[in-house]
Every structure is written in C-alpha cells, then in structure tokens.
Design a protein around this ligand. Structure first.
Ligand SMILES: [Zn+2]
Ligand SMILES: [Zn+2]
Length: 773
C-alpha cells in the first residue's frame, strides 16, 4: 500500500479590492505591485476617481497573506478610510500590472478619491540632494513617492502625472526608467523630475526682467538675502516674502513696504537647534515642527536671544517658527545658516500669490528680487499655524499639510455645500458619507479673495463632480459667502439654508470630537450675526433633543461706530465706562474733547452703535482700559496683547461678576469686573496681574453658567479659544467642577471651522439627527 502526501485544498481565487481615503499620491500602487511580485500573485492595481482598485489572483492562502500584509505594511502617509473586498472566480491573469484607466472610465463613477496634502521632503531625498555624486545634487524639485507636492499640482482626479501641472515636463530617459521601475522608490512618483527634464529656478528683477537661471539664480537670491534685501520666493503652494530675521532695519523695511505695521511675521529657522536657541521648545512642539505637515508653531521666545529682530513680533513674547519642509527651503537654509522672516507673499489680507507674473504686479513694490520657478501651482496652500494648548496641537490656520481634509463617516451627511463665514473662510462639501474641507482661503474683503473663494468652491464641486441638494451659509446678510450662496442657489435651483454663526461653531466642535447632543456649547468670538439686530460673541448655546437654544450670554454693550469700534478698542472701553456710569474716566483713552463728546452722544442715543454680547469686544475694551491697545493694527490685537501681558497664573484671584436672569436667559454681568479692574489700576497693580485676574474671571464665568445650566458635556468653540491661557484655565476648572470639556482637535476654533459646522447643522436641522464622523 502506498501512502501519498496529504493534499491541502488551496483553490485559486480572485480578490476585488477597493480602498478609499488618502490612497493616491502616497506610493500605494507601487507598494501593491511590489507585494504582488513578492507573493507571486497576478492581477492589476489602478487609481480611480473614487480611490484605489485592485484585482489580485492566486492561491487562497497567498491571497490571505497578501491582504494581511497590505493592511500592516501600507505606505506611511496613506490613510485608508474604507476597504471593500470581494472574493470572485479567477479570470486567469498571467502577470501583475499597474493600470491607468484614463479619463473615460473614471468619469463614470463619482469622484470621491481624497487628494493627499503636500508632503515635506523625506530623508532619502534630502540625502540625495546633499550628495555631490547624485544626479539630483542641489536640485530644488527633488521628490519621490513619499514626499513632494500633491494638492498644489493636481488639476483633476484621479492622481496621475498627465492631470498635474507636471504634465508639460517630459521625463528624460533616466527619470522615465525610474518612473517605470517597480523596484525604484520613484516608481510612479507623479511629480518625478531632475535637473535635465524638470522645473528650474530663475532670478528676476523687481520689474520682472530675467537675470539668471538655475544655480546662478539661487546664488543671486542668497546674496540678496545676505545683504538684507527682501526676496519674493515661489515655493510649493505660493509666494513667500523673505528677509534676514536678525536684521532690524530690513524687517522694518518689509513692514513699511507691505503696509503691515505690527502683525507678527513667521520665522523660518535653519534647523531645530536654531529654533531652540531663540525659543523655548517642548518635546511636543519639536515633534510638531518636524512633522510631515511642517506647520508654523507658535513658541515662547527666549528673552536673551539675539537671533530675532524685535520688529518680527512687536510687543509679543512669542515667535511663529517653522522649519524647512521643501527642497528649496532646505537649500536656502543650508546656504544662509541664519533665520529668515517668511511671510505670505500678498498684500495685507489678500490671498497668497501663486503665479510669477501676477507676483511681479502685486509684489513688485515690496520685493527687491524674485526667485521663481516654472512649475505652475494649481492651487494655493498657505502655511498652517499651530499652537500647543492643553498638551495637544491646536490649529489656528488649517492649510499646507493639513488641508484639504477628508473623512469617511459612519453617518450620512446629505449632498450639500457649505460656504463658511467671512473671515478666515473655508468651504466644505458633504457627499453622502464623505465630507471634504478646503484649505484656508482668507478674509473675503477684496475681489482677489472672493475670486479665490469662488475657485475653491468650484474646485470642491468639480474635483468631486457632485450634484448638490442644498447650500448652507451664515445668516449674516452682508457676508460675501452668504450672498454667493443665495446667487448660486438661485442659478442652480438648489435650496439655501441660513445658519446662525455661533450654533455653527458649536456644531463644528461636536463634529471635531465626534459627539452628539445633548451638550452645552460655549461660543466666544469677536462677532457674529445674532439675527436680532445685535452682534453676538459671548454665547452659551444648548443642543438637545428639543433643538438649539441660546441659554446665556454676556451682558450687552454698545459698539460706537459698529465695525469702526472693532479697529479701535478704546471706543469699546468708553462704552464699558459709560455703561457703568464712569464716562468721566474716558478722558484717559487719548480721544480729543470733540471726539469724546461725539462718541458719548453716539453711545447715549444709540446712533450707529449696535449692541454686542461679544467676549472678543470685552477683551478689546479691557486692553484699552489697561493702556495696552487703543487702536488695533491687526485683527484681534487687543486680545492677543492682553494674553501676552498676563503672568500665566493658574491660581490667580478672580474679579467679581454676577449672573442675572433676563426672561429665562442667563445674563453675565461684567460690571463688577470692570469696577474691580479700575480699582486695581488705582491701587497701582501691575498689568500682568490684572490681565491674569481678568482671564481667571472669564474661566469662572463659564464654570458658573455651566453649573447653572447643569449639562455634563461642554463644547468650547470660537476665536476666543485660540487664547491658550483662557482655554487651559477653562478646561482645568470645568474638570475640577465635574464637567467634561471638549475643545477642538483637527479643526481651528476660529471661523475656519464654520463650513464644517454648517454642514453638520444643516444635516441636523434636516433629519433631526446630529451626524457623526
Ligand atoms: Zn522623498
Ligand atoms: Zn529627468
């Protein structure tokens, strides 16, 4: 009797895989290809409008191995939001290939693939760039599947070179062979380029005359920066204006030419050690600075440091620091060895310049020279801004590295567009279970910004080719975005829904923490339309089964001159003094006699003096009373200087305040607070102490109202919660009082979160269910 080997039944099968999420532009196809070669399975992989598709054929045991390794070893920058796997009969593939479906196929499906943000230069590319024997030695556009531009070069989806701004650069023989070689780390690196075939630098005069190319252009820019000149530099997502950050006169000159009197500039440091010589850097701050996203991180400046001119951040103890995150910045920093001011290449609040010819027109009077390149920027990406608050990064501006943001959600959000607010605008789109948020667009005051806004809307809707059922906007009738929503809705026959500003902030905070009502929201910011003729901004909004109600707010006070009072905090100080019968103390605010009497009459007779309950305006008023800021040179300067003045003291004694009841709504009366501040001032108390006590009182006000409303969970949102001291005090005291505070994680607390809040609020109103992520 012969004994045969036992046969293990291992049939040949086919897996049909679909992945969604950030799976394009992160090296996923080459990774799948290599894995397939290694495991000797056949089939294909391709990018589609909706993500990544693959069919893998082989023995059942190999396929299981393939799946588990695909999940475990996927590329570092990939983010798989959903995975669908079907098992099918084999069709007899004899090899493994990377397919390109081309335009016809992809346009049939919904385009919901996620665009990867731009990725900071990786270690391998940096090593090559610094290696004299490498063919990309000192090449400012080096990249690979793990790093380089993505979002800023993509013209349409799915992500492939012919649909990026790299399409006009024909790859040379060497680059082509890397691109086609699955074992190479540049296999299907769509922006692949080298000095022979890729983009090059040029040096232009302020008038736009071409002076030199390539390495000569780079050296000319270096010499200009060394001699204290201002250079406009085209980077990945737009222009920066750069100047020696140590050179007081040069930084002042940049301020003068840019008409930017006092708003702080960001600083690009050569490396982390330079940053540590100028600033206090915690482990988490260092990690954030060196992260793949590479944001500006707001750090505490060291007092004795000589590395940074005072004009960089006048009157502030902080520095917005960043490290090089693209090859050109690395080369510049290597060559210069000193920090540079790196501020957005724009005029005041205009959107960032991205085109070199446009830059000459707009920045020609500011820059002494232009270092440009010939790779077009398809969409702008500002630098992101982050601050560590309560031991985690809090976004102030969500842009390069973080945006566009996309999420695959558990719940359905409908098919709607949200157009955000007026300042720090962003726009968002819901497509069933997927949501997308644009990068920071800016303040919609000027036509350039509104053009950028319209481009972002069309970007979101056409990139994802979506039919909308509704457009959500802010209820403020004078916001550009609101008018746009109304016009757009009329044109397309879509419904438009108007949403209250502070309710949208709280909705955004719920989304950000993935929680549902009931919750008590604290929405504190500069201003938002209340829908009752007054300006809100110190609101407590309850979300529960019965809907959304304003349950408490700051006692109102007049804003003489409306918007003018926002730019002139001393007008608000006068209003506070008048409201408590102390207008005679208004003489210390630096008004002329005539101005004073006109303003007092305006306040008294309520002429062009809308009432406000805004905490941002209370900050302004107090900053003026303390003599810190009478006229603001940039948005929120009063509040920022007041926070800067505070001696951070978690145990500071609070001032008095009282809670009143007005028709069932809780009113926070700040009158005792203002009286206490005046008394402290008369006693000669130091500003740092008064400011600390003021912050402490605000945190106590929140806790007192929360106790009265008695809702376990508290969501904090609105621009006031960019204030680190206020936010940390509030969170600490809410916890001590037994409540559960929630604040922002992946969205900024300011108006940059309104678009997502509007999407959620509109869905909540529509279905009665608050959508979760
Ligand atoms: Zn790389
Ligand atoms: Zn090449």
């Amino acid at each position: 009797m012969s004994v045969s080997e036992p046969q293990i039944y291992d049939p040949r099968l086919r897996l049909c895989i679909h992945l969604s999420g950030v799976v394009q532009g992160v090296g996923f196809r080459p990774f799948v290809w290599r894995l397939a070669q290694e495991l000797k399975v056949c089939g294909w992989v391709a990018n589609t409008g909706a993500g990544l598709n693959a069919e893998i054929e082989g023995s059942s045991s190999r396929l299981e191995c393939f799946l588990s390794r695909m999940r475990d070893e996927k590329p570092a920058c990939a983010h798989v939001a959903s995975e669908s796997i079907e098992r099918a009969l084999p069709v007899g593939y004899s090899e493994f290939t990377i397919r390109d479906f081309g335009r016809e196929t992809e346009e049939r499906g919904k385009k919901t693939a996620w665009v990867s943000p731009d990725l900071a230069t990786c270690k391998s590319c940096l090593e090559e760039m610094r290696d004299p024997n490498n063919r990309r030695y000192r090449y400012p556009f080096i990249n690979c599947t793990q790093c380089g531009p993505r979002f800023t070069i993509i013209e349409s989806l799915p992500y492939a070179r012919e649909r990026t701004t790299m399409k006009s650069f024909l790859q040379c023989k060497l680059c082509s062979s890397e691109f086609g070689d699955p074992t190479n780390r540049r296999f299907h690196a769509e922006p692949n380029a080298c000095p022979t075939c890729g983009p090059t630098l040029s040096w232009w005069s302020a008038k736009g005359n071409l002076l030199s190319h390539g390495e000569d252009a780079f050296q000319a820019a270096v010499r200009a920066l060394e001699s204290g000149q201002i250079v406009a530099i085209k980077g990945i997502g737009g222009f920066h204006l750069m100047v020696d950050a140590r050179n007081e006169a040069a930084v002042m000159e940049l301020r003068r030419r840019k008409c930017r009197e006092e708003k702080p500039f960001a600083v690009l440091f050569p490396n982390i050690n330079f940053a540590k010589a100028a600033c206090k850097v915690s482990d988490l701050e260092q990690e954030t600075l060196q992260s793949q996203e590479g944001p500006i991180v707001i750090l505490k400046a060291l007092e004795q440091s000589v590395e940074i001119a005072r004009a960089v951040a006048p009157g502030l103890p902080w520095v917005g620091a960043m490290l090089p995150s693209n090859p050109l910045h690395h080369l510049l920093m290597d060559a210069l060895g000193f920090p540079l001011v790196a501020t957005s290449g724009n005029l005041t609040e205009d959107p960032l310049c991205i085109d070199e010819r446009d830059a000459i027109l707009r920045l020609g009077d500011i820059a002494d020279g232009f270092l440009v390149h010939n790779r077009p920027i398809a969409r702008r990406a500002d630098d992101s801004v982050v601050r560590i608050v309560c031991d985690r990064p809090l976004l102030y501006r969500m842009a390069r590295g973080y945006a566009p943001m996309s999420r695959e959600c558990r719940d359905t959000w409908g098919d709607r567009l949200a157009v955000g607010g007026h300042l720090k605008n962003t726009v968002a789109l819901a497509a069933g279970k997927r949501i997308f948020l644009s990068s920071h667009i800016g303040d919609l005051h000027h036509v350039r910004a509104t053009n950028a806004f319209e481009a972002s809307v069309s970007d979101l809707t056409t990139l994802y080719g979506h039919e909308l059922s509704q457009i959500a906007c802010d209820a403020h009738p004078e916001y550009f975005s609101t008018g746009f929503a109304a016009r757009q809705a009329k044109k397309s026959g879509t419904q438009v829904v108007y949403l209250q500003h502070h309710a949208a902030h709280i909705a955004a905070c719920l989304v950000d923490n993935n929680i549902r009502p009931p919750v008590l929201g604290v929405a504190w910011d500069g201003s938002g339309d209340g829908g009752d003729g007054s300006v809100w901004g110190g609101e407590f909004v309850k979300f529960d089964g019965e809907g959304i109600h304003r349950v408490a707010h700051l006692r109102q006070f007049p804003m003489p001159g409306g918007e003018k009072a926002v730019r002139e905090p001393r007008r608000l100080a006068l209003s506070l003094l008048f409201s408590i019968g102390e207008s005679s103390k208004g003489s210390r605010l630096g008004f002329t006699e005539a101005e004073l009497s006109v303003l007092l009459r305006m306040i008294q007779q309520r002429i062009n003096s809308p009432l406000t309950s805004s905490v941002g305006r209370l900050f302004d008023g107090v900053a003026s009373l303390l003599g810190i800021c009478q006229v603001a040179r940039y948005e929120g300067q009063g509040a920022i200087l007041l926070e800067a003045a505070a001696e951070p003291d978690m145990g500071a004694n609070s001032y008095n305040f009282s809670l009143l009841n007005q028709d069932g709504i809780c009113l926070i009366d700040w009158e005792p607070l203002v009286r206490d501040i005046l008394a402290d001032q008369e006693r000669g108390e130091h500003i740092s102490v008064i400011s600390a006590r003021f912050h402490s009182t605000l945190a106590d006000m929140i806790v007192a109202v929360v106790k009265r409303i008695d809702e376990a969970r508290v969501a904090l949102s609105g621009g006031c919660f960019q204030n680190k001291l206020l936010t940390e005090l509030t969170i600490l005291r809410l916890r001590i009082a037994g409540f559960e505070p929630y604040w922002h994680r992946n969205l900024p607390p300011n108006d940059g979160n309104l678009a997502i809040g509007q999407l959620a609020l509109a869905a909540f109103k529509d279905t009665g269910e608050f959508p979760c992520v």
